[in-house]
Design a protein around this ligand. Structure first.
Ligand code: ATP
Ligand code: MG
Length: 223
C-alpha cells in the first residue's frame, strides 16, 4: 500500500514553513510522496494580491525539485473556476485507486474553517486528514476543533493517536516543530524592499527577484 500526502494551499509564495512541515509529516506518517497542490486563481477581485496561479505553481516546482519525496500537481490549475478540496481528493482517489492511502494535510488555522468548504461533511469519508499545529496560532489540536455538527461521528483512538471517523478514516493531530513563517509576512517584507533570505528556498527567492514579484507598484513607478 502506498501512502500519499496531499498538501493544498495558495502558496503565495511557498516558504520554508510549508516545506519543513511537509518533510516532518512525510517522516511521521511514512509517506511515499507529498504532493503540493496550488489553488487556482480566486474568482473575486478583492483577492488581487494573489499572484496568477502559473507563477505560484512555478515557485512550488522550484521549491520541491530537489526533494525526491515532493511533487507538484497542477490538478487545481487545470480545473476551471474555484478550487474545491473535495474535487481534488476525488480526482486523486480516481487516479490512484483503492491501493493508495491518501492523507490530506492542513494547518489548524485552515482546518478551523473547514465547515465553509464545499461538501465538508463528505470529506471525512474520502481520506485521512492530518491537522498540523501552526506556530503563533493555537497550540494543540483537540476534540473541540472537530466541526461541531460532526463531533459525534468521531471517536478517539489512543492506539492510532487520532480521531476515527465512522467511515474508518482518521483525523490525526500532528505536532510539528513549526516555523513561524507565513506568506503574508513574506509579501510584506517584499513590499518594503526587505530581504526574504532564509524564509524561502534560494531558487524561489531568485525567481521572485528576477520577476519583480510582490513589489509595491508605487515604489516601482518612482524608483
Ligand atoms: P497566507 O499568509 O497568504 O495565508 P500561508 O503562509 O498561510 O499564506 P497558505 O498557502 O495559506 O500559506 O497555507 C497552505 C497550508 O499550509 C495551510 O493548511 C496552512 O495552515 C499551512 N501552513 C502555512 N504556513 C505554515 C507554517 N509555517 N507551518 C505549518 N503549516 C503552515
Ligand atoms: Mg494561510
Amino acid at each position: 500500500m502506498k501512502k500519499i500526502g496531499l498538501f493544498g494551499g495558495t502558496f503565495n509564495p511557498i516558504h520554508l514553513g510549508h516545506l519543513r512541515a511537509a518533510e516532518e509529516i512525510c517522516d511521521f506518517f511514512a509517506l511515499d510522496r507529498m504532493i503540493f497542490i496550488p489553488s487556482s486563481d480566486p474568482p473575486h477581485k478583492e483577492k488581487e494580491e494573489i499572484l496568477p496561479a502559473p507563477l505560484r505553481a512555478e515557485m512550488v516546482r522550484l521549491a520541491v525539485s530537489d526533494n525526491p519525496r515532493f511533487a507538484l500537481s497542477g490538478v487545481e490549475l487545470d480545473r476551471p473556476g474555484k478550487s474545491y478540496s473535495i474535487e481534488t481528493i476525488e480526482d486523486f482517489r480516481r487516479e490512484l485507486g483503492a491501493g493508495t492511502h491518501l492523507y490530506f494535510i492542513v494547518g489548524l488555522d485552515a482546518f478551523l474553517e473547514i465547515s465553509g468548504w464545499k461538501d465538508y461533511a463528505s470529506l471525512f469519508g474520502l481520506c485521512h486528514f492530518v491537522v498540523m499545529t501552526r506556530p503563533g496560532f493555537e497550540k494543540k489540536f483537540s476534540r473541540e476543533h472537530l466541526p461541531v455538527e460532526l463531533a459525534d461521528e468521531f471517536c478517539y483512538d489512543t492506539r492510532e493517536g487520532g480521531y476515527v471517523h465512522r467511515s474508518g478514516f482518521l483525523v490525526y493531530p500532528a505536532e510539528i516543530i513549526g516555523l513561524d513563517i507565513s506568506s503574508t509576512r513574506i509579501r510584506e517584507f517584499l513590499r518594503k524592499g526587505n530581504s526574504i533570505r532564509y524564509l524561502v528556498p534560494p531558487a524561489v527567492e531568485a525567481f521572485i527577484q528576477t520577476n519583480h514579484l510582490y513589489r509595491n507598484k508605487d515604489s516601482e513607478a518612482t524608483g
